[in-house]
Design a protein around this ligand. Structure first.
Ligand SMILES: Cc1cc2nc3c(=O)[nH]c(=O)nc-3n(C[C@H](O)[C@H](O)[C@H](O)COP(=O)(O)OP(=O)(O)OC[C@H]3O[C@@H](n4cnc5c(N)ncnc54)[C@H](O)[C@@H]3O)c2cc1C
Length: 381
């Protein structure tokens, strides 16, 4: 049955309890199978909560380790670290995001003038290409806001290599509709599928693989199974991580945003929060369902923050901070970071400070430091 995504912390904890039993060996063995929207997924479907930090990475990792131990939970833990890796990678390669935004705008301009391209694109996003599986996933994404990881991989590969559509337009289609839409995981995964992230090594969707891991539901014909990897002229040099700020002493106004909605666990030192504001910045052209999910998540976080700090909390309208210094959780590269007020104090979580320096190249460096990372200070509640 279709799982529901109610984006509150209370619902996230319920869902975590529900899926925890299958984050051990069952996850490692079955996570590649996509059973479709009507079945319980083989993975946890925690991503919409993790993306907004209604749940923290370390919380779900700790819970999985406590239930299954490091050997059985190892695969699940590694997958959660992919999220942290991608965030750190985009943070140290911010030009990948600006390049993606520019390519999306270029792609949209081409759609306006090139009718052939526009037809293929419109058929693709409406699920009318005639490609078995692909059409189903396009409609599932729009209707439910979520796709299994393997379906995302097949979809991106077919979009790029069989339909020969610009990768950035596919990434933008995902970002509009995914309830877990994330600048880092989405942009870098699309680049990976095209052979831009791991240069020259695209992800190739194969009929046999799709048939097997959809348990025979789909067998698309005429896929390009020998694609030429994408290339790009743009260079994306790694930049040093920007230093995080120290929390000031005394009274502050705390600004919440959609990248971090767990204010209870922020390390605020001697700062005393006396006001809370919410910055609601959706993904570019976000679908109605995504905007509603963002609003529910923000409303939930503001209510929790008001209770936790014992102060007023509401959307950040002009003058909300009442002249106080503004403090905020670090917003990684993306729509919220782009509009944070100048001069606000940005607190980075230990988790990010620990992982991101290892994320400048491939995932391997992050994977190696997972055992050490297990020792970082934990959330407080
Ligand atoms: C083309 C493409 C686009 C994607 N776009 C997004 C996106 O916009 N937002 C997003 O959160 N993920 C994205 N992913 C990554 C991945 O598909 C989802 O995180 C995952 O499917 C979420 O399902 P889950 O919660 O059941 O994952 P589980 O398998 O249960 O894993 C638990 C958590 O680990 C993290 N995780 C697992 N696999 C990955 C992965 N491959 N990359 C990064 N994090 C991972 C997620 O936070 C996930 O919730 C994309 C992948 C591809 C191939």
């Amino acid at each position: 049955m279709q799982h529901s995504f109610v984006l509150t912390r209370a619902f996230a904890l319920q869902r975590l309890t529900h899926v925890l039993p299958r984050t051990g060996r069952a996850y490692a063995d079955g996570r590649d199978i996509d059973r479709g929207a009507e079945a319980e997924p083989s993975t946890t479907a925690l991503s919409p909560w993790l993306r907004r930090r209604l749940l923290l990475e370390e919380e779900v990792i700790d819970a999985a380790l406590a239930m299954h131990g490091p050997a059985a939970a190892g695969k699940f833990v590694e997958e959660v670290f992919w999220r942290s890796y991608f965030k750190g990678h985009l943070e140290t390669h911010p030009s990948i995001w600006t390049d993606y935004l520019a390519l999306t705008a270029q792609g949209q301009a081409r759609l306006a003038t090139q009718s052939g391209l526009r037809r293929v694109y419109e058929d693709a996003i409406a699920g009318r290409t005639g490609i078995d599986g692909f059409d189903h996933w396009a409609r599932q994404l729009v209707e439910t806001g979520w796709l299994h990881n393997h379906a995302r991989m097949w979809f991106a590969s077919i979009w790029i290599f069989t339909l020969r559509l610009p990768w950035a337009l596919g990434a933008a289609f995902f970002l509009r509709h995914l309830l877990d839409g994330d600048p880092a995981s989405n942009t870098l995964s699309w680049r990976w599928a095209g052979g831009l992230h791991t240069r020259g090594k695209p992800y190739v969707a194969r009929v046999e693989n799709i048939h097997r891991y959809t348990e025979g539901r789909f067998s698309p014909q005429h896929l390009d199974e020998n694609p030429v990897p994408l290339e790009e002229e743009a260079l994306h040099p790694a930049l040093p991580l920007q230093p995080a700020d120290q929390a000031p002493r005394g009274e502050v106004a705390l600004l919440l945003h959609l990248d971090d909605l767990h204010p209870e666990s922020l390390m605020l030192g001697d700062a005393r929060v006396v006001r809370v504001g919410g910055l609601l910045v959706h993904a570019p052209q976000a679908a109605e369902a995504v905007r509603r999910a963002d609003e529910v998540a923000m409303t939930d976080a503001l209510a929790r923050a008001a209770a936790w700090f014992g102060c007023p909390a509401g959307l950040a309208t002009p003058g909300w901070e009442a002249g106080l210094p503004i403090i905020t959780a670090w917003a990684p590269v993306g729509p919220s970071a782009a509009v944070l007020p100048a001069g606000c104090t940005r607190i980075r979580r230990e988790w990010d400070s620990q992982v991101w320096p290892y994320a400048t190249r491939g995932y391997f460096q992050v994977r190696k430091m997972i055992p050490a990372c297990m020792k970082v200070p934990r959330h407080q509640s």
